[in-house]
Design a protein around this ligand. Structure first.
Ligand SMILES: [Zn+2]
Length: 216
């Protein structure tokens, strides 16, 4: 092979490699799903009466209900109740109204006050209602699924793991989030998983989840 032939073959090879790499990049991009968009969140501008701590870790989403009443309470209502308890303000990060509107509670990057022993590394979502007697609305469930899937993507936590999306009663001795919502949690998790479009590093199952007896 003379020098000219060698250079020509080399250039042909490099061009082919470039096209192949470019095609691979294009194919990979075309195959990867678009990230999930953040659901619309209604800002509430609640004033907290004590300083809040930043949360340094997030590997758990805890679902709650109101419990005592099936009325359509707002994040501001819950905020006032929790101030009356002597707390800094609302303990949940989100409140989902009957019409599906997601209201901001405690700022997302702060430690909540919603699940004893787990606040330091969890996000608390309250789906408004008493699900011992009633059921969540379709709009509430749609919003809760979208929000939960988005949070899993945001914090790179795995909604397919069995200890990531839990009801309050999985962790503390309480009826929350009510037997009717709790009975739907497996279907809820499956909907979160099917909404979830972010590439994940799967982690080993942990033994953190301990079921406690219900309070009756
Ligand atoms: Zn709860």
């Amino acid at each position: 092979m003379n020098r000219r032939t060698f250079l020509c073959k080399t250039m042909t090879f490099l061009a082919a490699a470039y096209v192949s790499d470019a095609w691979r990049c294009f194919s990979a991009e075309a195959a990867s799903p678009a990230p999930l968009q953040c659901p619309k969140i209604k800002e509430t501008y609640l004033k907290f009466v004590m300083p809040l701590q930043n949360r340094l870790q997030t590997d758990l989403i805890v679902l709650h209900h109101i419990g005592d009443s099936n009325e359509d309470f707002s994040a501001a209502d819950v905020h006032q109740w929790h101030i009356n308890n002597g707390w800094a303000g609302i303990g949940y990060h989100f409140v989902i109204r009957k019409n599906g509107v997601i209201e901001r509670g405690r700022p997302l990057d702060t430690v909540g006050a919603h699940c004893y022993g787990y606040n330091e590394h969890s996000v608390g979502i309250n789906v408004v209602g008493n699900f011992e007697t009633a059921v969540p609305t379709v709009a509430q469930l749609d919003s809760a699924v979208h929000l939960t899937a988005y949070l899993c993507q945001l914090y790179r936590i795995d909604p397919f793991a069995d200890d990531v999306v839990l009801g309050h009663r999985d962790l503390n001795a309480t009826l929350c989030p009510g037997k009717n919502f709790y009975a739907e949690l497996d279907a809820f998790r499956q909907r979160v998983q099917s909404n979830f479009s972010h590439t994940l590093v799967r982690r080993a199952p942990s033994s953190r989840r301990h079921r406690l007896p219900n309070v009756h």
